[in-house]
Design a protein around this ligand. Structure first.
Ligand code: FEO
Length: 168
């Protein structure tokens, strides 16, 4: 059985993961509307992953006797100036998620909930991966600069990162 504090914190994280999925879905739609098909596919896959992150938390909370709450979600942005600005937002968002996971892990120590602590280690590892992927993509964008043909290759390159990222 989880404590009420852990239950509330897990529900907060469930909402954050669900909002992440919505944000990435919105980015996928934006990318598609601008002709960045590879980026769109990548963001659709990211949105699916975030939904999986949400479900994993939800199932764990239920298994431990807690009540999972499906809450209202904030409306994500629908417009971006450029793929660079969009991926900067992805990176900042993943740092926000990492901080939230870290706070949750810290709470498990206070509550002496070592089962939840163990469960959260998967998320700690996943966040390292997610931050690193966003950073790699931003590095690629910075290398391209304003070269339009570079963006064509970049779009294909990002699409090829879907399989690699999902396989990890
Ligand atoms: Fe589930 Fe990208 O954090």
């Amino acid at each position: 059985m989880v404590s009420i504090n852990i239950e509330n914190a897990l529900n907060k994280q469930i909402r954050i993961e669900a909002e992440s999925s919505q944000i990435y879905l919105s980015m996928a739609c934006w990318a598609e509307s601008k002709g960045f098909e590879g980026v769109a596919e990548f963001m659709f896959a990211q949105a699916d992953e975030e939904r999986e992150h949400m479900l994993r938390l939800l199932k764990y909370l239920t298994e431990r006797g807690g009540k999972a709450i499906i809450s209202e979600l904030s409306k994500p942005s629908t417009d971006y100036n450029s793929p660079k600005q969009m991926f900067e937002e992805v990176f900042e968002h993943e740092i926000f998620v990492s901080n939230s996971i870290n706070e949750l892990v810290s709470l498990t120590f206070e509550e002496k909930d070592f089962a939840t602590h163990n469960f959260l280690q998967w998320y700690v590892a996943e966040q390292i991966e997610e931050e690193s992927t966003a950073r790699t993509i931003l590095d690629k964008i910075n290398l391209i600069g304003d070269d339009r043909s570079g963006f064509y290759l970049f779009d294909k390159d990002v699409r090829s990162m879907i399989a690699k990222h999902s396989a990890q």
